[in-house]
Design a protein around this ligand. Structure first.
Ligand SMILES: [Zn+2]
Length: 151
């Protein structure tokens, strides 16, 4: 996708990743998503912030915890790229708290993996899953816990 265009048409509202190495990877993933998917994205934002799970999606905001992702990936770029593509697939598929009443299920996890693979990240999704493990229900009930922790 063309990031300049995305910012112009306000698909990508805020993009705040301070870590330049990590930002390079997010740029890489966004650019590799085929253009034809661009208009399927609702407006979303990307932030660098603490996330217990390394990354999570909440209300069309994607939060990346760069330090935690570094630990989880063991520094492997393919794993990180797979992680990023997976989270962006959640955004594209509108797997947000409002739509799912705070629940991400295993079905959503598989859908996100499949979608990211379809975008061309099959190799990286495989690396991500090999490193992080198959989706576990608890692993990605991120949104519920996140919501509770905000209450
Ligand atoms: Zn997920």
């Amino acid at each position: 996708m063309d990031m300049e265009r995305m910012r112009k048409v306000a698909t990508l509202l805020n993009y705040e990743i301070k870590d330049l190495n990590f930002k390079r990877l997010v740029d890489h993933v966004l650019q590799r998503i085929p253009d034809r998917y661009e208009e399927g994205f609702l407006s979303f934002s990307i932030y660098q912030r603490y996330s217990k799970w390394g990354a999570h999606v909440y209300d069309n905001n994607v939060y990346f915890d760069v330090k935690k992702l570094e630990e989880k990936s063991g520094g492997d770029e393919d794993v990180k790229i797979g992680f990023i593509a997976h989270e962006l697939a959640h955004v594209f598929l509108n797997h947000t708290s409002s739509q799912n009443q705070g629940r991400l299920t295993l079905k959503h996890e598989d859908e996100a993996d499949e979608f990211a693979s379809m975008w061309g990240f099959a190799k990286e999704i495989k690396a991500f899953r090999q490193k992080i493990g198959p989706p576990a229900v608890e692993e990605e009930i991120d949104i519920i816990i996140y919501t509770l922790s905000r209450c």
